[in-house]
Design a protein around this ligand. Structure first.
Ligand code: SF4
Length: 460
């Protein structure tokens, strides 16, 4: 199955795509596999083991609750965010889990859900093993799953058969681009923009009946998230005591509008949009994975900036923005990684910045060469960015980091638009550099909360 633009923008729940969305998908897949294999009658108990980064930061990233929700038959794009905590409370109180909503079995979180600290599965740092046993304690089914970033999940079998990235290609796509150079060459040959090529591929992929309507729905979910984030107040959960700031920033911007005393108003709005989304993400609210949850604020912030200040094309401008961003995101998914457990925050904020920069350049009339340049700048100046969330929570540095990624994307688009598309470092080169840098990065800087700010800033 090939990559669709909708794979880069998934509707889900916060706080993490790899640690919340992916594990919920895995839990749901596991119970569906039990049903398909007609094993449900034999099941008397279920066991969850979390490895690598899922163990190290799983508590702060709500991996445990997401797995329980997935095993209960819930899916990230459909679960009601207001009901999600209640479902987990019910499981904890009753010490029972209703597998797939069809079979209730005993479930003691302390013994049946294990954080395997210091251990990893072989295929990826975000591994999990799910198994069920019968009344005699004999394992009747077991599978390993890997949450490989952005909510993508591969089973053990899928990684054995295909490798992580080779399932991204489809032979009959009209524009089967694998890298940035392909996009430029195909664009020159066809006379099409990057967005037009990505949308032409969607016709063959058949993932959507109406891709434009689906992308506009993605925009609506992003905007709803910004709106919620702007009105809610209070302290974020998890014990760090981080105060929500979007609401007061919003009030401040409106106040300064009246006096005309704000020479950086546009930047304040961008910061607000990004902050609002990521505060919602931190409380487990409804967000769009873009391309991850930790970085979910960057693209909505730049998109909202575009709508507020620049969009003269209406819905077509929104579709062009999101299709361009997704095409750029695919290059990282195909040739590097969007998993912070693999490559650090470069793979989250860095990729989101690159996607947003290219998209903003495109909707301002940038050529494909300028778009590629903007995307390259967006990543080049995020190279080496580590993932070191304090207390394993997607709050510090994550929320502010989204504001930085969004503002940087604006500048990257501007630099590219002020040039002619010719530039020294190409997008493919910077993608390879990001990947190699990520692989060289010490494990403590790859979403394990064992280095950087996570150990140098006091978590109380
Ligand atoms: S530091 Fe970056 S990669 Fe790590 S959790 Fe925060 S946003 Fe995600």
């Amino acid at each position: 199955m090939g990559l669709s633009v909708l794979d880069l923008f998934k509707i889900g729940l916060g706080p993490s795509s790899s640690h919340t969305v992916g594990p919920m998908v895995a839990g749901n897949r596991f119970v569906n596999e039990l049903v398909a294999r007609k094993l449900m009658d034999q099941v008397a108990s279920v066991r969850v083991e979390l490895f690598g980064s899922l163990a190290m930061t799983g508590k702060g990233h709500a991996t445990d609750t997401a797995i329980m929700q997935g095993l209960s038959g819930e899916q990230p794009d459909q679960i009601d965010p207001d009901y999600a905590p209640q479902l987990v409370a019910n499981i904890r109180e009753s010490q029972k889990i209703d597998l797939g909503g069809v079979k209730a079995i005993p479930f003691n979180e302390k013994t049946d859900l294990k954080f395997c600290f210091g251990q990893s599965l072989p295929k990826h740092p975000n591994g999990m093993t799910l198994s069920v046993s019968d009344e005699a304690g004999i394992v009747v089914y077991r599978n390993n799953y890997y949450s490989v970033g952005g909510g993508f999940v591969l089973s053990e079998e899928e990684t054995d058969q295909t490798g992580e990235t080779s399932d991204n290609t489809v032979s009959n796509l009209p524009y089967p681009f694998e890298n940035g150079e392909d996009l430029l060459v195909m664009g020159r040959q066809s006379g099409l923009s990057i967005a037009e090529m990505a949308l032409a591929n969607e016709v063959v992929l058949e993932r959507s009946q109406d891709i434009k309507a689906d992308l506009l729905h993605i925009r609506d979910v992003m905007c709803a998230c910004i709106d919620r984030g702007c009105v809610r107040t209070g302290i974020l959960p998890g014990g760090l005591g981080v105060k929500r700031r979007a609401n007061s920033l919003h009030a401040d911007i409106l106040k300064k509008q009246k006096t005309g005393d704000n020479h950086l108003e546009a930047m304040d709005w961008v910061n607000l949009f990004a902050m609002a989304v990521n505060e919602e993400n931190a409380v487990g609210g409804r967000v769009v994975t873009a391309p991850t949850n930790g970085a979910a604020g960057v693209i909505p912030a730049v998109l909202a900036y575009f709508e507020k200040y620049l969009n003269k094309k209406g819905d077509d401008g929104i579709v062009e923005f999101l299709a361009t961003a997704a095409a750029i995101g695919m290059l990282y998914k195909k040739n590097a990684s969007i998993s912070a457990a693999e490559v650090g925050c470069q793979g989250e904020i860095g990729v989101a910045c690159s996607m947003a920069a290219g998209a903003l350049c495109a909707v301002q009339g940038g050529s494909n060469e300028q778009i590629e340049n903007a995307a390259e700048i967006g990543m080049e100046h995020n190279l080496g960015l580590t993932c070191d969330p304090i207390a394993g929570l997607v709050q510090v540095p994550c929320i502010e980091r989204n504001t930085m990624g969004a503002v940087k994307a604006l500048n990257a688009a501007r630099l590219a638009l002020n040039g002619d598309g010719n530039h020294r470092v190409h997008l493919d080169e910077v993608i390879q550099t990001m990947y190699q840098t990520g692989l060289d990065m010490h494990e403590k800087y790859r979403e394990t909360a064992t280095g950087g700010l996570a150990v140098n800033a006091v978590a109380c």
